[in-house]
Unconditional design. Sequence first.
Length: 344
Amino acid sequence: MVRVRMADVAALAGVSTATVSMVLSGVNSTRVSPQTQARVREAAEAVGYKTNSVARSLRTQQTRLVGLISDTIASTPFAGRMLAGANDVAREQGHLVVLVDTERDAEAERQALRALSGQQVDAIIYASMWHRVVEVPEDLPEDAVLLDCAPATGGRAAVVPDERAGGMAAVRELVAAGHRRIAFLDAEERFELVASPLRHAGYLEVLAEAGIEPDPALHVRAEPVAGGGREAARRLLDLPAERRPTAMFCFNDRMAMGAYTAAHHRGLSVPADLSVVGYDDQQLVAAELDPPLTTVALPHYEMGRWAMEVALGLREAEPEVPHLMPCPLVRRDSVSPPPTQFGD
């Protein structure tokens, strides 16, 4: 007689073995939607899984493995802190993380999901190197947690950076220093970055708070790299003196690096002549600039911990709304009051 396994129930219900354990044992089952609980019970009945074997299965069928499927996190030092956060929680709970980088290849994702299902991992995290909206793979279990990405159709536990609040923190820092002509060096629309309109919204909200009328000439778009930031800053510094910005909020730290270069080529000093704030707190960039860059940090480590805690049932998540992780301001030396010669 073939023994029916918990994995058989999980495969039929389209969930992980951890979810089957929670539903059939009642342990942490409140974090599973009523619809999913019903589907698990129907699947258990359909395959003939006996509930009196749950206690034994809880001891023998948990693999202590968590699958983490990502696009390029493992090969991108910038985003590696997400893996560190997830791994720290897993280790604290006696789990091992199995990481698969797919390079955003749909077939590679399908193969990874099949392999992880075969390993009967206790949970799955689906992660992105940068904040984006994703079409969730059809084979991704319903209880999988999304990390640094949001599902296009909702209905999934997910965590993303609070980009709008981060933009507000950056611009408030400049307003507090006395700046009123504040430029936003934004990413070009062709890159379709989710963070761009959110950071811009934060910029505009703080200008409104401060009673500053937005000047369309101070919102410039470029490629979100150092060269793009340099060209955008050059255009801004070419404006007539009365419209020239005294401060620049940059979409990311690489654009801020380019703004530094443009300022230095004009014989201007940061921050004496031009204050600059970046975004990302990118390793080997922000703290190494001269002067070190004030920036907004992406909470990669904290997001990784949150995702693993939800995946392992250590915290609850609202599946209809992505959790917004705060993006803290990191003060360094690139902001000062505006120069008197450019004062209002």
